[in-house]
Design a binder for this molecule. Structure first.
Ligand SMILES: C[S@@+](CC[C@H](N)C(=O)[O-])C[C@H]1O[C@@H](n2cnc3c(N)ncnc32)[C@H](O)[C@@H]1O
Length: 328
């Protein structure tokens, strides 16, 4: 008989919470980032897009920066027992490389992939099951944005000081507000824990041309198809407006800028969802997606203010991606 896999679901993703969050977001004319990865089709489309455009997938030098970071960070771990918490892990391919390295180093690893997408967190768990026993893998389904008690939800169950804890947060920093990222990561990390994260960066001097090149990474058919799935699932026809991809300043006055994709209605639309309706007028915009771009200094400065100090960093030669190692 084939064995199943238990997924631990945080209340932030119980149906009532999901419904409340979506209704509130649509009222505020914005779409929560999680909603673009929810279904199997969305997850698959995003993986296709990621392979086509993400620096970590396109540029071998970004891959080398990650591999070097894994090697250095895991090399500092003396404990035999390790817990790896993969926050917003996607399909977990980056964490899988780390798990394999830890396994080769003779570590006994407990892995907790954590994401807001069921198809992706299952993909991460199943990828890890090729590397280590299933009973050591504990997938967690959770809304990183809304789970204010994420730190206690992810607190290690047992084992205390003998287990070294490693937290990863790859590729997801740009998709949340800077304040939220800093607060959540600082809450989750306990003394002695290590955090490894990667982020897309603004390369060069951040000139107009640099930003335009980045903007185009989101203004293309694959991104439109991926973001369009959310609209079509909601019953908004593609012909009811246009996608606009712009560069704009962070509304939190962090000094950062972000690439934001809006859907601008060219005709009135009424959406029925969960027995409620939302009306959008011609000219109104629904914010579908954003992606911040940091410099290494802005990122480590922001986390430093929360007590997370930089222990190392690896930057791709292109300047488009960096891997950062932090400790409390
Ligand atoms: C850009 S992907 C990065 C995935 C992976 N870490 C990587 O580097 O390939 C963002 C991930 O964050 C997850 N995500 C987005 N919003 C989320 C939320 N509010 N709560 C939990 N996960 C979320 C998505 O499901 C997706 O797996």
């Amino acid at each position: 008989m084939s064995s199943g896999l238990s997924v631990n679901i945080h209340p932030s993703l119980f149906p009532a919470a999901v419904r409340h969050d979506l209704l509130a977001a649509l009222k505020a004319r914005r779409v929560p980032s999680r909603c673009h990865y929810e279904s199997l089709r969305q997850a698959q489309k995003w993986l296709d897009l990621h392979r086509a455009y993400a620096p970590s997938a396109r540029d071998p030098d970004c891959g080398s920066a990650l591999t070097e970071a894994y090697r250095v960070v895991t090399g500092t771990i003396r404990a035999r027992r390790v817990e790896l918490v993969g926050l917003c892990c996607g399909d977990g391919s980056k964490e899988a490389e780390m798990l394999a390295g830890l396994g080769r180093a003779g570590k006994a690893v407990v892995y907790r992939p954590c994401d807001g997408s069921l198809p992706l967190v299952l993909a991460a768990a199943l990828a890890a099951a090729q590397i280590q026993p299933r009973e050591t893998i504990h997938p967690q389904l959770c809304d990183f944005q809304n789970a204010e008690d994420l730190a206690s939800f992810l607190a290690p169950a047992a084992g205390g000081r003998q287990i070294r804890r490693l937290v990863t947060f790859f590729g997801a920093v740009p998709n949340f507000s800077p304040r939220l990222v800093a607060t959540r990561l600082a809450d989750i990390l306990r003394p002695g824990d290590q955090l490894l994260l990667s982020a897309n960066l603004i390369p060069g001097r951040g000139s107009r041309q640099d930003w335009e090149r980045l903007r185009q990474q989101y203004d293309n058919p694959l991104t439109r198809e991926w973001l369009g799935l959310f609209l079509s699932d909601l019953g908004i026809p593609a012909t009811a407006g246009q996608l606009q991809t712009i560069v704009e300043p962070c509304p939190e006055a962090s000094g950062l800028r972000r690439i934001t994709v809006y859907f601008r209605f060219s005709q009135p639309v009424e959406v029925r969802i969960y027995d409620e309706s939302r009306r959008y007028r011609t000219g109104e915009r629904l914010r579908l997606f954003f992606s911040y771009r940091y410099t290494p200094e802005l990122l480590s400065g922001m986390l430093g203010k929360k007590g997370l100090s930089l222990a190392g960093q690896w930057l791709a030669q292109s300047g488009e991606e960096g891997v950062f190692w932090l400790r409390r």
